[in-house]
Structure formats: structure tokens, C-alpha cells
Design a protein around this ligand. Structure first.
Ligand SMILES: C[S@@+](CC[C@H](N)C(=O)[O-])C[C@H]1O[C@@H](n2cnc3c(N)ncnc32)[C@H](O)[C@@H]1O
Length: 325
């Protein structure tokens, strides 16, 4: 049984127009990472997860394949798995398998901004898990979290792939507070976070030799060309990804290779780029256990479980709202 609600409407187009206008008129310029993910962007991200340099997916998969049963037991054997930024749910199968093996699996709720990948994932999962109900939501999880269906019984809300790292501290704080408010008694959050490590390894993960990450980064310009009638020349920008040691995050940008002017008909806007000017397209924050614990505490959550891969590259943490005194 599949039901997918789509909440990307005229509002979404207006939000995009407003976001892009604000981002291109700001100094320095910036675009939100959610705009990478049209169908092509989702497919390019899938390719990134297979790259030799991109260790986070492998590390997260290793934890899920070894420890899903333990994670679910610690989360009180939930029957509903809600997944934010679910994408292809490739690694999520380990959690679903463990739920099925414990005879707990009832409902999967994928929540993603990309409709195509959510529809594909839902169709694949009902084939793979007979009897599974899929109640998906295509929306911006920063805006429409409260539209996630309540459902019966215990829920686990998973947010994998290190996507939390794309949020700035203030956005992250508000987002986690809203998650805390969504979690009922017995519900848990399962959060994937990349951990701080040697900057050379971090930078290599975002500067792959095959150039897939560069293509993914530039895909945001394709999206603006299509959705906002822009005329970005993709060859006139280059991909830049470096570690910001002070903010403890990867900083991903597009650098203009020339003095140039870009027209966005949909916004009736002309934007100038100087040669060498950089526009941020994504951050990816890296964590330590201590940093995450303090982030949780500040948002009304408490750390209940910590699971890392053998190399200590990546962590899945289990959290729940701080119980009322
Ligand atoms: C880094 S990928 C992770 C995908 C998958 N969870 C994984 O671990 O491989 C981020 C996912 O979140 C989705 N996404 C990004 N921003 C979003 C937003 N604001 N609202 C809903 N989904 C979003 C993207 O479409 C994409 O599927």
C-alpha cells in the first residue's frame, strides 16, 4: 500500500524564487543545498555515495548492517520508520530488515524534496517488503515537518547521510527542537553525523577524481536555468570544496572563472560575478560526540545511544526528548 502526499505547490516555486533572489543579491552569494536535488541531482548524489573517496556512506552502511537490531532494541522496537531526506533509502534497508526480522515492521514514511526518487523508492520497497505500508511525503522538511503523519505505535525518525550537517547552527537548533516536539513518548530520533578527522581525508571526499561531486555542485545551476529561466554557463564556474577548521565544516562553493553577468528571466534579475568570486552552495558540518551532545541538550533532546563504524569515521546516535522533571 502506497500513499504519497506532495506538498510542493505554488508556494514551493515562490519560496525558491525568493530564496534564490535573496541568495544572489547577498554578499557573499549563496544558494541553499536543497536546490541540488532535482531528479538528476538525486541520481548524481547516488553516484557520489559509490565513490572511493566518499567514505561517509560506506561507514554509515557498515554501522547499519552490523547494528540495526541493537539500535532498534534500544529504540523500543518501533513499528514505524519515518525517514527525513530519504532519497533512495539504500542503507535504510538494513533497518527495515531488522524491523521485519523482529516482526515489528508496519509503516515506512519517506520524506524528501525530490518527488521522482520518493515515488521510485516507495514502489521498490512495497515489492521488497510484502505487507509494508508506505506513507510518503514530498516536501521541504524545514517547512513541513508537522505534516508527517502521526501513525500508530512507536516511531523511529531517522535522518541519515549526514544531512543535518547541511544546516547552519541556528537552523539546526530550530529543526531539532521541532523534531523533539514531534517525538511522542517512546519515540526516538536516529541521526547520522560525519565525525571530525584529518582535513585531507575530508577534502578528498568532496573533491573526487572522477569529478562527480563537481557535476553535482554545478547541477544547482542547471536547476536555476530550468526553473527560473536563467542562463548560467556551467563551464564558466568551477567546484571548490575546503575544510573550514574554525567552523568545523566543509565549505562547498562555485567559483566564477570570469567576469560575467547572468540573467534570470524568472526573477527579472541580472547578477554580476567577478572572476574568482565564490558562491557557497553547501556546508557539511563535522561533529564530535561532545559537540553533538551539547547540540542535543540545547534543543531539548538527550543522547541515548552512540554507534560508530570500526574506524570511528562516522556516528549514528539515538536521541529522545529530555523527560519532563
Ligand atoms: C545528502 S542526501 C542523503 C540521502 C540519503 N538519506 C542517504 O543517506 O544516502 C540528502 C537527501 O535529502 C533530501 N533533501 C535535501 N534537502 C531537503 C529538504 N529541505 N527537504 C526535504 N528533503 C531534502 C535530498 O533530496 C536527498 O535525498
Amino acid at each position: 500500500m502506497i500513499a504519497i502526499d506532495v506538498h510542493l505547490d505554488a508556494d514551493a516555486a515562490a519560496t525558491m524564487a525568493g530564496d534564490v533572489r535573496a541568495g544572489l543579491c547577498a554578499y557573499p552569494k549563496e544558494l541553499a543545498p536543497k536546490y541540488f536535488y532535482d531528479d538528476r541531482g538525486s541520481r548524481l548524489f547516488e553516484q557520489i555515495t559509490e565513490l572511493p573517496e566518499y567514505y561517509p556512506t560506506r561507514a554509515e552502511r557498515a554501522i547499519l548492517s552490523e547494528r540495526s537490531a541493537e539500535i532498534l532494541a534500544a529504540a523500543g522496537r518501533p513499528g514505524t520508520l519515518v525517514e527525513l531526506g530519504s532519497g533512495s533509502a539504500a542503507k535504510t534497508r538494513h533497518l527495515l530488515d531488522a524491523m521485519r526480522d523482529a516482526a515489528a515492521l508496519e509503516t515506512y514514511v519517506p520524506v524528501d524534496i525530490s518527488e521522482e526518487i520518493t515515488q521510485r523508492t516507495a514502489a521498490d520497497l512495497v515489492d521488497e517488503y510484502p505487507g509494508l505500508t508506505v506513507r510518503g511525503l514530498v516536501c521541504d522538511f524545514e517547512q513541513h515537518l508537522e505534516r508527517i503523519p502521526d501513525g500508530e505505535g512507536r516511531r523511529l525518525i531517522a535522518f541519515l547521510g549526514g544531512t543535518i550537517g547541511n544546516l547552519y547552527p541556528r537552523q539546526r537548533h530550530v529543526f531539532l527542537e521541532r523534531i523533539a516536539a514531534l517525538l511522542g513518548p517512546g519515540d526516538h530520533l536516529l541521526l547520522g553525523t560525519d565525525l571530525i578527522k584529518d582535513p585531507a581525508r575530508l577534502e578528498a571526499a568532496y573533491n573526487d577524481g572522477a569529478g562527480v561531486t563537481a557535476e553535482f555542485n554545478k547541477n544547482v545551476l542547471e536547476v536555476l536555468n530550468r526553473e527560473l529561466g536563467a542562463d548560467f554557463d556551467l563551464d564558466a564556474f568551477e567546484h571548490v570544496a575546503r575544510f573550514d577548521a574554525e567552523a568545523e565544516r566543509m565549505d562547498i562553493r562555485l567559483r566564477s572563472l570570469a567576469d560575467q553577468e547572468v540573467r534570470l528571466d524568472g526573477l527579472d534579475l541580472d547578477v554580476g560575478f567577478a572572476a574568482g568570486e565564490e558562491m557557497r552552495t553547501e556546508i557539511s558540518t563535522k561533529f564530535t560526540r561532545e559537540r553533538l551532545e551539547s547540540v542535543y541538550t540545547g534543543s531539548g533532546l538527550e543522547l541515548r545511544g552512540w554507534f560508530t563504524d570500526p574506524a570511528g569515521d562516522y556516528a549514528l546516535s539515538l536521541a529522545r526528548p529530555v523527560p519532563a522533571a
